[in-house]
Design a protein around this ligand. Structure first.
Ligand SMILES: [Zn+2]
Length: 146
């Protein structure tokens, strides 16, 4: 069945990470951590033969796998913040993920929508149409496609 409206499905993925926002006016310029919750919504014009946009487990495996490898229990820094990244990695040997922008919730969610999802799901008949990222239980951002 083809429909003239988008059907979406959303998967929630939680992870822990440290970050800091360079030049922040207040406390967020300090290195600190969050329990992030990312919700990625996918759309398809046509459901698969079982009646799904995509199986939820596929999103968990691909996007959850990417987050587990690159963001969970890491430090996420602006790529202009390499001095801090080198200092942390020099002591802890932990992985630093450098974002091409300040790691605000907005920039992190946009990175997932524009770079990560196309790379992971580009060959499938689905598209990531929105990424919502909770930085705290009370604060989240929405990045729509386009
Ligand atoms: Zn923060």
């Amino acid at each position: 069945m083809t429909r003239d409206h988008l059907i979406t499905c959303t998967r929630r993925i939680e992870f822990d990470a440290a970050h800091r926002v360079m030049q922040h006016e207040s406390k967020c310029k300090q290195l600190h951590g969050h329990r992030y919750a990312l919700e990625a919504s996918f759309a398809a014009r046509r459901l698969d033969k079982l009646g799904r946009v995509v199986d939820f487990s596929v999103i968990k495996k691909l996007l959850g796998g990417w987050i587990n490898e690159h963001w969970d229990h890491t430090t996420i820094l602006f790529d202009k913040d390499k001095a801090l990244g080198k200092a942390i990695a020099g002591v802890t040997k932990q992985k630093i993920f450098y974002l091409p922008a300040n790691p605000t919730a907005e920039n992190m969610a946009e990175y997932v929508l524009k770079h990560v999802c196309p790379e992971l799901f580009g060959k499938m008949p689905i598209e990531c149409v929105r990424v919502r990222l909770y930085e705290t239980p009370n604060c989240y951002v929405d990045i729509p496609q386009g």
